[in-house]
Design a protein around this ligand. Sequence first.
Ligand code: NAG
Ligand code: NAG
Ligand code: NAG
Length: 369
Amino acid sequence: MKTIVFLVGFVSFLTLVLAAPQITSANDIVPLKWPCPLEYNIDPCVCTADEFYNLTMNCSLVQSTADLERIFQELFPFIHFLELIIDHDPTDITNQLEEIHAHTFNEVTFERIIIRGTQLSLVADEAFANSHLYLRYLDLSNNQLSAYPFESLPEYDVLQTFIIDDNHILELPSLDSNSLEFFSGSGNNNMKVIALDQFSLAPNLREIHLSRIGMTSLNTGMFQTLSKLEVIDLSDNHLNDLELFALMVPEQTLTNVNLNYNYINYIRHEAIIGLKPTAHLLMSHNNVTELKQDQWEHIFNQISDGKLNLAENPLTCGCDMDWVMLDDDNSYLPIITDTTTCYGGQLVVFLEIDNFCSKCTGNWGVCNA
Ligand SMILES: *[C@@H]1O[C@H](CO)[C@@H](O)[C@H](O)[C@H]1NC(C)=O
Ligand SMILES: *[C@@H]1O[C@H](CO)[C@@H](O)[C@H](O)[C@H]1NC(C)=O
Ligand SMILES: *[C@@H]1O[C@H](CO)[C@@H](O)[C@H](O)[C@H]1NC(C)=O
């Protein structure tokens, strides 16, 4: 890149001459195009600056790696950008952006990179290397990636959000990042999540989304080191039974655990540990038939002010759940959402207490009253 300082002034002069005479609100002398590169040099990318000179580069109309590389060879008066957007319609076959190389963006840096819906199948190790100190947000969803250089994650000092949904990633390696708070890898069908240190090297994670990946089982203690974890989304997978410590975090931090659309029938006592009292545990569209006290009481006790959604499960609503229906303090039933029904369609919250009193054994205070 021709970053020769005296040229910058010349370019700003050129911009004054060439750009439409728009004036910023911040300073009545500077034309709006400054500090963007010259429009015709970066066409079809569009650069915009806000009143604070935050620069955004929208390259959604770029159709190939070669075009992108040509554009970033041009003279950029400023190389620090807030955002890069390449948002393609994946069904448009004229879009052929397939690779991003180490030199593709030249010296330009970004705080946010959004590359979506492209034919991208290769991202080089050093593709965003100049942004190591700046990149906070990386969204590479809905591309054609079967691999990503995850080993470079620790080099991004401030990366908080990483979204790589709806690609074809084959295996998720251990994520190693001190800054990462939000990770989403949903929609990578049959992605293996089997690394030993899957998340333990990313201690600041608050949200993990792994929906629609065909997951059949969970590594024991996969989340057990994550003391800030609030959201776990494992919906729409093929999970069967939840074994001991399957979803365990060290503190009571979980606010939302989404297990909707799985095949869960059986939950071992102490399978889910670390729910906040107000947490929502979503388990609609599963295969839960019974709410046995030795399996479920532990969960109800954690979410005393929260909600358990068991809609669309084949609940038999028999004496297995008498402890929920006949509890003296009525502290369990309000936790079950009013969308939860029995196998026959009756709403659980409206079941007749008398039926449980007459059919189930045990000396229940509410039955003797
Ligand atoms: C733009 O920059 C200013 C000052 O540097 C900052 O306060 C503001 O949040 C930025 N805007 C965005 C959208 O990040
Ligand atoms: C980026 O440019 C494309 C094509 O001109 C446009 O459709 C899209 O709305 C732009 N996106 C943003 C966030 O400005
Ligand atoms: C649902 O659970 C029952 C056992 O209660 C089991 O026989 C059946 O195969 C399960 N169905 C699915 C789809 O997992």
